[in-house]
Ligand binder design. Structure first.
Ligand SMILES: [Zn+2]
Length: 79
């Protein structure tokens, strides 16, 4: 398992996610983002808006995603 925070994944808080694969990590972060979105958390709303802007440009989005995947791969395994 590896650990990344909401902030590291383009979010807005220090909540930690633990996952074995990057896909799993991305999924958890997305779910958390949706939850915070529904609660109307302002910081997360801003983060989500930024992410939506990024998604308008598929190339930039793919680059962002790959960058995060590399970050994930470089992380040490949790003990
Ligand atoms: Zn968060």
């Amino acid at each position: 398992m590896k650990t990344m925070t909401c902030k590291q994944l383009g979010g807005a808080c220090d909540k930690e996610f633990h996952a074995k694969t990057f896909e799993e990590m991305a999924e958890m972060s997305k779910k958390h983002g949706m939850e915070m979105f529904q609660k109307g958390d302002e910081k997360h709303l801003n983060a989500i808006n930024e992410m939506m802007e990024l998604m308008k440009n598929p190339k930039a989005m793919a680059q962002w995603f790959e960058g995060k995947r590399k970050e994930f791969d470089a992380l040490p395994e949790d003990r």
